[in-house]
Design a protein around this ligand. Sequence first.
Ligand code: ADP
Ligand code: MG
Length: 303
Amino acid sequence: MSTVEINGITKYYGQQKALDNVSLSIKKGEVVGLLGPNGAGKSTLMKIITSFVPPSSGTVKIDGFDVQENSLEIRRRIGYLPEHNPLYQDMYVKEYLGFVLKTYPNHSKVSATVDDIIKLTGLEPEKKKKIGALSKGYRQRVGLAQALIHDPEILILDEPTSGLDPNQLVEIRKIITELGKKKTIILSTHIMQEVEALCTRVIIIDNGKIVADDTPNNLSKKDKKTTSYKVEFKEEVNKNLLEMLPGIDNAKNIGKNYWLLYSNGDIDLRENIFKFAVKNKFNVLSLSIEEQKMEDIFQRLTH
Ligand code: ADP
Ligand code: MG
């Protein structure tokens, strides 16, 4: 049985549809990256999985427990790092973690557990400080520690590395990689390299819908069948006209008269592009075949 079963989740905020009939199942041990631009619905989905926000329709089950009906069972199983991690600025690190642990029923050996978690998240040197005095990187570690304190099987981490400097980012990723060996993780990000570095599975979400679901590796491989061309014209060119070019499925403007043209195939279309330009009296200033990177796949799928 899979750990997380998401079935037909739709969420409206007033008139606005944030999630549109999302279904998804996540197995024990997977490290899933929810990837998508701002406003895609990542945080909303996570809030629904953690039972903080009710869906408009659909169900989420964790180990068979419905999140709406068994919030205590869910709380025991899930550790959640919210996007804007609300920490008590005036509490000391150790005091805060002890406080969080005590909010769980049947907690044991508070002091020993808090010490373990402080070690695990690298908070040792800062443990006597007030949370408000910590750097963003250390505050994020406190957030992780708080999510881990009751040893949940599933971790939901909403943009765990956002706003961190490059060193802090490396450190937090290391911790997440370690955690991924033992736990099921769902993390959200809008950074491509993050899913490539951390995740066993990528789910790309755009406008409240899942537009791709695969391993990072397969996703790049599948897309090998797509070729893209970067063209600079001297003149302004109409998008519709470019998309009528035989073999070109999609045109994306990436700067003044700069275009990315996508084709579903691996036939070299450069000659066609030149002929098209000549026929329509456009001047081609540069033209190259672009290598397909995760970045491109993401951009194409989310536009
Ligand atoms: P993401 O985390 O991918 O950036 P969100 O889940 O935060 O996306 O938001 C999805 C959509 O729902 C956005 O259009 C956002 O403006 C809207 N939204 C999110 N939370 C609320 C809310 N509390 N009230 C109204 N609209 C919201
Ligand atoms: Mg978000």
